[in-house]
Write a protein that binds this ligand. Structure first.
Ligand SMILES: CC(C)(COP(=O)(O)OP(=O)(O)OC[C@H]1O[C@@H](n2cnc3c(N)ncnc32)[C@H](O)[C@@H]1OP(=O)(O)O)[C@@H](O)C(=O)NCCC(=O)NCCS
Length: 197
């Protein structure tokens, strides 16, 4: 089957939501909702969204950066909204938005958003996913953003690998200089040049 012959699914039909009341057992030592509790919900919902889309099993390959801009409080209703925003050959980019509702006032805050990459597996190996068809301007924008994000992540991964090689090749003297914060810019240029040649 070629990539174009794969079955198609509409992006605007991939949305999945879940709501959960935040209770004391979700709290951290400060009494607010533990970040890990939220991440568990994020990962579970991303799985549901991706598994429905590909009609099979999948695993999380990566979680994009997650920033915690504001706390979520015990007693709030957490609602997560997931949608597939990009589909590659075997992987899917799932966007998750997180909203916290103060139930008595009905005030809703968007507290987070993040992206996860999930890979469809068959017999333990990556397997093709349906084509994603974007028919609304919002979905087309999300698709374009996801493609761009993929490029940036690929670039960052290559840079990290180069940095790792650079650091492993550092002499004790160079490490000492770094620790003393001496000539950091110059050292970085030297090391980069060394790993390029
Ligand atoms: C995810 C996994 C199946 C990828 O296997 P792999 O042999 O590297 O597969 P491939 O190189 O063929 O990549 C398959 C797809 O995944 C994508 N992918 C693989 N690793 C990725 C990563 N770290 N970030 C983003 N995408 C990734 C590839 O780009 C490719 O996408 P495409 O087919 O749409 O172009 C494998 O690394 C794995 O099983 N990881 C553990 C998953 C897991 O246990 N998750 C739960 C953690 S608690």
């Amino acid at each position: 089957m070629t990539l174009d012959e794969r079955p198609a699914k509409f992006a605007d039909e991939t949305e999945v939501r879940v709501s959960e009341l935040m209770l004391p057992h979700h709290a951290n030592a400060h009494g607010n909702v533990h970040g890990g509790e939220m991440l568990k919900l994020v990962d579970s919902l991303a799985y549901v969204c991706a598994a429905r889309f590909c009609g099979g099993l999948c695993v999380t390959a990566a979680v994009d950066r997650v920033d915690f801009h504001e706390p979520i409080f015990v007693g709030e209703l957490l609602t997560l909204v997931a949608r597939v925003v990009y589909a590659g050959r075997t992987s899917m980019d799932v966007e998750i938005e997180v909203f916290a509702e103060d139930i008595p006032s009905g005030r809703v805050r968007k507290t987070n958003s993040c992206h996860l990459t999930l890979v469809h597996l068959e017999d333990g190996r990556p397997a093709p996913v349906p084509r994603l068809v974007c028919r609304t301007p919002e979905d087309r924008l999300r698709y374009a953003q996801a493609r761009l994000r993929r490029e940036v992540v690929r670039h960052q991964r290559a840079e990290r690998e180069r940095l790792r090689e650079m650091l492993e090749g550092m002499s004790d003297e160079e490490a000492e200089r770094l620790l003393r914060d001496e000539g950091f810019g110059e050292l970085r240029t030297q090391l980069l040049h060394r790993s390029e040649t």
